[in-house]
Design a protein around this ligand. Structure first.
Ligand SMILES: [Zn+2]
Length: 637
């Protein structure tokens, strides 16, 4: 839908407000669907759910949620549903799974019945190497994702299906959620009736060890950090981090100047026993990071951008959403052609908010941008797959393995779009002589009904119109020239016209070093190699030394220059390569077959950095400055 170019009237008509949708559903003939989730067996990884779905006699089709908005993929974990039973008036009803669509179930409601009872178990799993949304519980934790424990009838849009949820937790477990609570009795909680899409949008975080931090002391809107961990000692979030999160809320509010939520919860789970995740919702984010992240500097540095990214989604992705990614229920396929805005612009805005809130220094942010640019400069798959295609293929690429990422390309619409939107920001600043910026665009584009979760859709043309209001330009051509090509490598004009250029030298890059300390050796810009600390090769870049030597993903390096493989040995060998005429020799196992590979490389560490170009105005520095406080910028709003 449109909300720009003087069409504000149309905007307000077409905006979907959940509260009004809820009122309509309740006022209509449809009775609410009751859902009761028994999570008392969460520690043994079984959730039981019972639903009472109003129905009339005759054929009925019910769906398990397939396309979840934050996933952009048909990945509802239906294979973890067990014990599915339907009944009416106390009698079992036979059911059939659709022979084509595994997410649809067919049954016949018997005469005289006015509802169907559904019983199902959802089996939680442990995290593995692949994305697994069922890995959301452990002995002392649960993140209840309502989409995993419910079915809904075909027909009405999700916004018109009212649910009345209740939840029973293990004794002594606490909980946090953005869901409004109706009442609580012991470990049983009843939530207020709400539409299906808002229910699915509101996970419940629970466990015996939880702590709450308020991030705003006054103002109309509550912002809360809710921390859960299996280890109570990890709940003491360092005070400087709390201060930065408070700054994040202040800076995001200054940037977006609206609140598309009633209140906001950062549901932070510190655990090694659930899938690592950052998942956006309107009024909360489900943020799961390794248990010790906040107390280990390297991990903390690498994860610093998580909150700014997910919080930004409340505006970009949740409130403003591309038309193709907005579907009436969870059954209809999504089209992700504009995901380079949904995720890409969020990645850019998240990056600058990470800097503006102090979670990263400006220098650390530049190191991060240098790594992004370097990775893209060595992305072999750019010669066959465009940035636009990574967006279109998102539903596949999310689930592609990490191996061969350079040649295949992955979900590059996150990383490449950071530099794309940096260029948009710098271009606006240049076109308007510093009077306007992407901040101006954000203020206009994300303006909306304050204090309510809502969805307002847009098309590519709407986006172009909105940018033209800020700074007239041929934005259509601008984006086409950056999204469509498969040649040549990106020019990084956002960096160069923003006052910086990408260089490589022997000085360690702080982000790369932190990743190495975490067990991941990124030698993309030297050997064209990504390798784990146990020698497992995750990727080689076609056209670069490691690949040319014959090394490839899935091999395991066991020796370097005649010594047993250690990441430190390889780092030293790369460092020494500059002053040695001899190749680096690598002994690697390919499924048990050992072979020696010679890497003729003599370029040294080649860590990526940004170097200041003094002749060009430092737009990047202006962009990274906070909007509030003593160091705030005074230009380009
Ligand atoms: Zn995202």
């Amino acid at each position: 839908m449109n909300r720009v170019g003087g069409r504000q009237g149309a905007f307000w008509v077409l905006v979907v407000l959940w509260t009004s949708a809820c009122a309509q559903a309740q006022a209509g003939s449809a009775r609410p669907i009751k859902i009761s989730v028994d999570a008392t067996q969460a520690a043994r990884r079984v959730l039981h759910s019972q639903l009472e779905i109003p129905a009339t006699p005759g054929p009925l089709t019910v769906y398990y949620p397939k396309w979840l908005p934050p996933d952009h993929s048909p990945d509802g974990p239906i294979s973890n549903v067990a014990g599915l039973k339907f009944s009416a008036a106390g009698k079992r009803i036979p059911w059939l799974q659709d022979s084509v669509d595994m997410y649809a179930f067919h049954l016949n409601v018997p005469r005289g019945a006015d509802s169907v009872t559904v019983d199902l178990d959802f089996l939680l799993s442990a995290p593995g190497p692949a994305i697994d949304f069922s890995a959301s519980g452990s002995a002392k934790l649960l993140i209840l994702m309502w989409s995993e424990v419910l079915l809904y009838p075909s027909g009405p849009p999700a916004a018109n299906l009212t649910f009345t949820p209740t939840l029973k937790l293990p004794t002594g477990w606490k909980f946090s959620t953005a869901l409004p609570i109706d009442h609580q009795s012991g470990n049983s909680i009843s939530f207020r009736p709400l539409p299906l899409d808002l229910l699915i949008d509101s996970p419940v975080q629970s466990g015996p060890y939880m702590k709450v931090f308020q991030l705003t002391q006054d103002g109309r809107f509550r912002h809360e950090l809710d921390v859960a961990s299996e280890d109570p000692s990890l709940l003491n979030v360092p005070p400087d981090l709390i201060h930065s999160y408070q700054r994040l809320v202040t800076e995001a509010t200054a940037l977006y100047q609206s609140h598309p939520y009633r209140e906001y919860h950062f549901l932070l789970t510190l655990s090694d026993n659930v899938m690592g995740l950052g998942q956006e919702h309107h009024e909360s984010s489900d943020d799961r990071i390794p248990a010790r992240t906040l107390i280990e500097p390297g991990k903390r540095l690498l994860e610093a951008g998580l909150f700014p990214h997910e919080f930004t989604h409340s505006w970009n992705g949740q409130f403003r959403r591309p038309e193709g990614l907005t579907t009436p229920d969870f059954q209809q396929p999504m089209k992700s052609d504009l995901i380079w805005v949904y995720e890409g612009l969020t990645s850019y805005l998240g990056t600058i908010l990470t800097a503006r809130s102090g979670l990263w220094s400006s220098a650390q942010t530049r190191e991060n941008l240098a790594v992004l640019a370097s990775t893209l400069e060595h992305r072999a798959g750019r010669n066959w797959r465009s940035l636009q295609n990574t967006a279109l293929a998102a539903q596949v690429l999310y689930f592609s393995p990490s191996e061969w990422t350079s040649y295949r390309r992955g979900t590059d619409f996150y990383t490449e779009s950071v530099l794309l939107w940096l260029e948009v920001d710098v271009t606006i600043r240049k076109l308007t002589q510093g009077q306007r910026s992407l901040d101006t665009f954000c203020r206009d584009f994300f303006a909306g009904p304050d204090g309510k979760p809502a969805i307002s859709t847009y098309t590519f043309d709407d986006l172009v119109s909105a940018l033209n209001k800020v700074a007239p330009n041929d934005w259509h051509k601008f984006f086409h020239e950056r999204l469509a090509p498969t040649e040549p490598p990106p020019a990084f004009r956002g960096l160069t016209e923003g006052g910086w250029r990408l260089v490589y030298n022997d000085d360690p890059n702080e982000m790369v070093v932190a990743a190495q300390e975490g067990g991941s050796g990124d030698f993309t810009s030297s050997l064209g190699l990504v390798i784990k600390n146990d020698g497992y090769i995750q990727d080689t870049v076609p056209g670069m030394t490691a690949y040319d030597s014959g090394l490839s993903p899935y091999m395991k390096v066991v020796g370097v220059n005649g010594r047993q493989f250690l990441l430190a040995e390889l780092i030293q060998a790369i460092h020494n390569s500059k002053s040695s005429a001899a190749p680096i020799t690598v002994l690697a196992s390919n499924g048990g077959v050992l072979e020696t590979y010679e890497l003729n490389y003599h370029g040294g560490a080649a860590y990526p950095h940004l170097e200041r170009v003094e002749s060009v105005n430092d737009y990047l520095d202006e962009i990274l400055k906070p909007l509030t406080g003593p160091n705030s910028t005074t230009t380009a709003r």
